[in-house]
Write a protein that binds this ligand. Sequence first.
Ligand code: GAL
Length: 436
Amino acid sequence: MYSILFAAAFTVSVAALNNGVGKLPFLGYDTWNAFACDYDADKVLAQAQAMKKHGLVDAGYKHIILDDCFTLRNRSKDGKLVEDPDKFPDGIKAFNKQLNKLGINGAAYSDAGYQTCAGYPGAYGHEAQDLATWAEWGFDYVKYDNCYIPFDNVTQQNVKGRYQRMADAIADRAAKTHSTPFWLGLCEWGWQQPWIWGKTVGQSWRINGDIKPWWDALAAIIDLTSFQYWASDFYGHNDLDMLEVGNTGQGNPIGNLTYEEAKSHFTAWALLKSPLIIGTDLTNATDQTIEILGNRDLIKINQDPHVGQSISPFRWGIGPDYVSNSTHPAQYWSGPSSYGTVFMILNTEDQPATMFFNLTESWDIRAGRVYSVYDMWSHQHTGTALRNLTLELPAHGVAALLLNDAGPETGEETEELPYCAGYWQCSYPNGTYYSN
Ligand code: GAL
């Protein structure tokens, strides 16, 4: 007797959860990169006021995440989280109301294990109870970390299953209380390919360990995202981690990004459709920091209500295509938007470079057309592009361009008609190959 086993064909569903929240990347502030555990109500309210004063709330940054350390280290007798009376003397609810007056909402931080990474209570086994507490305090979002994981025989779950517990609690609470579901930001540091399943559990997922405020760290994250860009779309976003813009000479740890590097950082995070989460002390922010964080042109693409996808590389920089190079990630990127074709050209070299590309290397560009060029850093139209562009970029510098169709090539722009940017197979009607 033979028993024949038929292999079932499984389709892995990667449709986004889409419970109505988090269609577009999260825009906000988080206390961690600037202050680690060293913050209190006054310090955070000062950040909120600075956000308002500098126009960042109007630009779309409407949440502040209290990262690790905002509760006491022990739960109450009935298992409830207890707010820290030294940090929040009037209570967190009152604190969140102060934020609300500035047009900002508070957001919580917790952990899928027994404790948060800094040793405060984690939500494992307390998911529904903690959600109720956060809601009572006025939060509507939780960043969910991955420390102090219970033993396998306790969880009997893998990473996804551990995060699913909170997602289920969120769905239950929303159904029972007829309220908007909490926004769930997964933070399992890219351990287990969250770009594949994260969107079925929450609205964003960290793809990497903690960011550091220097160029090598940014380049490595951009390199990683050059392989995972496809995962971001409406209701689910790769989270490249909190921004380090503004942390030159300050922050935790102290950063050293140049102005050009900070611009590249913000450009990549915005155009790769990452959450944009400010992580610097805004009370002493320079004009350059505010200029970068407040770049409306880039925020507009990040928050495009009609096109959710990220830019993707059309050419790698140093080394062959599709080979990971954490110090020299892809340099030539493009993608669609409601406002035109987006290009990000990144000089990953340590010295200035001349960057050149044919427009039709981007799939979103039509051949045989002239394009108008808008620079999303100078905020100006810089002219028209015919067939290709050449840019001079400083070390670790970036160009962020929007190209829009400005009509067919007429031949007046150039003597070089006929023309094929794609040389191979280009032919006259009679079958004679044309070479240009
Ligand atoms: C890390 C997390 C950081 C920060 C920190 C707090 O695991 O990646 O973003 O939240 O914990 O302890």
